[in-house]
Design a protein around this ligand. Structure first.
Ligand SMILES: [Zn+2]
Length: 380
């Protein structure tokens, strides 16, 4: 016998009594079938309801061949009367979000003629895909129009047309079936096939906020939140904004300007630091000149400083070898030349000191293992 779906006729049932039809154990969990249920089984992009059957936790709810299975952590006897309670906060939030999604999809359909081609809802946000491109301006219009549907407090109803009546209905998410189709009508805004519980009045949604939109498979992927989720999101944003305001001593809507100012200051400071490091490297530089070549040691600097120094020496010398120690036996190096190919020199250097590195024809950098004395000896 199919399970009676209490949630279809009345989505506001939070608590109900039912009779256990069967209870089967599988892999340590129990699967209970009731004669009727208000627990919505996973489907149509929405997760299964949570709650309690007796004192057992409802872990999952699935529907198969019109029979609804409640996965619980305790066993029940057949014909047992059980009191069932839904996790109402979660369910109501999902109703707010699901009805909100229908409004947004309906508004996009009526304004742009696009279809909803994907929908998923979790307890953090809704993802919906439509089959056409949308601009920032379009999204603003969709968001505002959708919120006006909330202010208008329109009624939301489930309609069950017969197979004969069905062709008279112009609805979204057309199904292949003609029997038992359930349509959700949002007065003046949308008509769509759907199996899930919805709010009765659009005012209950509270707010619809589109979080993001990106081009997706020739269409658009939208992320949005409604009702309590949107309030929580706003609260979190407000808290974050407030702590940034305090850190920056900036007013409510001036944090972006304050961050930009800090970024500019930081990039100036970095440029100045770079110049100071280059000056310092020049001061610390220990030059060993051998004919047209130069070998330089600078303690404790990075490739950047070695490269900067090599740029100042490159006009004077044929080959420039620059080294900086990371410890007594390990050196990083830069080998450069204005006109000559340094590849062979670098290969030999790596070979002699068990090193690694490379680069372009006239510039290379890397690491070697060796002492200053052994490097100087080698370069003679
Ligand atoms: Zn739906």
């Amino acid at each position: 016998m199919p399970t009676i779906k209490l949630y279809e006729k009345d989505s506001y049932i939070k608590e109900f009594t039912a009779t256990v039809v069967s209870c089967e154990e599988k892999d340590g969990a129990y699967f209970v079938v009731l004669n009727k249920t208000a627990f919505f089984p996973e489907g149509g992009g929405q997760d299964a309801d949570k709650g309690k059957i007796g004192d057992a936790d409802v872990l999952d709810v699935q529907i198969k061949d019109e029979i609804i299975y409640h996965k619980v952590n305790k066993s029940f006897k057949e014909n047992e009367e059980v009191n069932c309670v839904l996790d109402w906060d979660t369910r109501f939030s999902r109703m707010q979000n699901h009805t909100g999604e229908h409004i947004v999809s309906g508004v996009i359909h009526s304004l742009f003629g696009y279809n909803n081609v994907g929908f998923h809802m979790n307890d953090a946000l809704i993802t919906l895909d439509v089959d056409g491109p949308l601009t920032e301006e379009n999204i603003k219009t969709v968001e505002l129009t959708s919120n006006k549907a909330i202010y208008d407090n329109k009624s939301v109803k489930a309609i069950y047309p017969t197979a004969e009546e069905l062709p008279d209905y112009d609805y979204r998410s057309k199904l292949d079936i003609t029997e038992g189709v359930r349509l959700i009508e949002i007065e003046d805004y949308d008509l769509c096939a759907c199996c899930a519980p919805h709010v009765a009045k659009t005012g209950e949604i509270g707010i619809i906020k589109i979080l993001s939109f990106i081009p997706y498979k020739k269409g658009t992927r939208i992320e949005m939140i409604c009702g309590l989720l949107a309030l929580n999101d706003y609260r979190n944003l407000h808290t974050t904004n407030k702590s940034i305001m305090n850190m920056l001593s900036a007013k409510r809507f001036e944090i972006a300007d304050a961050v930009e100012k800090i970024q500019n200051e930081l990039s100036n400071a970095r440029a100045e630091n770079k110049k100071l490091m280059a000056d310092l490297a020049t001061l610390k530089m220990e030059k060993h000149i051998n004919g047209n070549n130069v070998c330089v040691f600078i303690d404790g600097v990075s490739y950047d400083e070695l490269r900067n120094c090599s740029n100042t020496l490159i006009d004077e010398f044929e080959y420039c070898y620059l080294f900086s120690n990371t410890d007594e036996n390990n050196y990083i190096y830069v080998v450069s030349s204005k006109e000559n190919n340094v590849r062979e020199e670098v290969q030999n250097l790596n070979k002699a000191f068990n090193g690694k590195g490379g680069g372009r024809d006239t510039y290379a950098q890397g690491k070697i293992i060796g002492t200053k004395e052994s490097i100087l000896e080698y370069l003679k």
